[in-house]
Design a protein around this ligand. Sequence first.
Ligand SMILES: [Zn+2]
Length: 244
Amino acid sequence: MQKLLVMAIMLVLATPGCLDSFRESLVSCDNINGGCRYEILRGNEYSRLHIEVNYVTGNSPDSDALNLLKQRIKEVTDKSTVTVSQSSFGSTDNSYTLEEILALESSERTEFKSGNTFVVHILYLNGEYSDNNQALGIAYSGTSFVLFKEKIEDAAFLLISSKDIEKAVIVHEFGHLLGLVNNGYQSPHDHEDPDHPHHSNNEESVMYWAIESQDIANQLDGEPPNNFDSYDLDDLSLMKQGKL
Ligand SMILES: [Zn+2]
């Protein structure tokens, strides 16, 4: 670490003209939602993707939802391998602020990008998000998102199971890590909902805003979509090619 720092300082001193790009590489993509889209989508820098899940006891992820997420990752990224690990922790809280969510990630998360493996972190919490009790999930950094398992269970209705909702929400939040929609890039397609920034205006896209809202039942006619639409997929493809 010490050695790296010394080298870093020397590099800054040696190449003042490159300071900006050097700073950029020091500021990790992890800090910006959508900021890690290239690292996640492409296979050249990180050929493998690992998903670490930490869940509050009793709020474990649905295995079909995790499998679907793995499938979607294989479909839209160039990763050769996608793996998952999960572990539980106790919590006495039932309403979480963003600060508390960040603190939980930092106390529970054990895996970070290293070598050829990029790591995405998912928190599964009980209770609700204190700033918006309608939230089923939130993507809050470049590599992390949270799902509110009890809220997802509460959002189930007549013919739509909580499992179907969880499958949609987990792919939706992952989509935000990829920058969808128009987060850090500008799509050639007109598919961002002006009333819900960074969401699709197509209710058949998993990036439709209501997917992550408890109001999902009132906003959708049938089963929630759990796949990207053609515009989402085109954006992702253009990003991978370096055209966006
Ligand atoms: Zn969203």
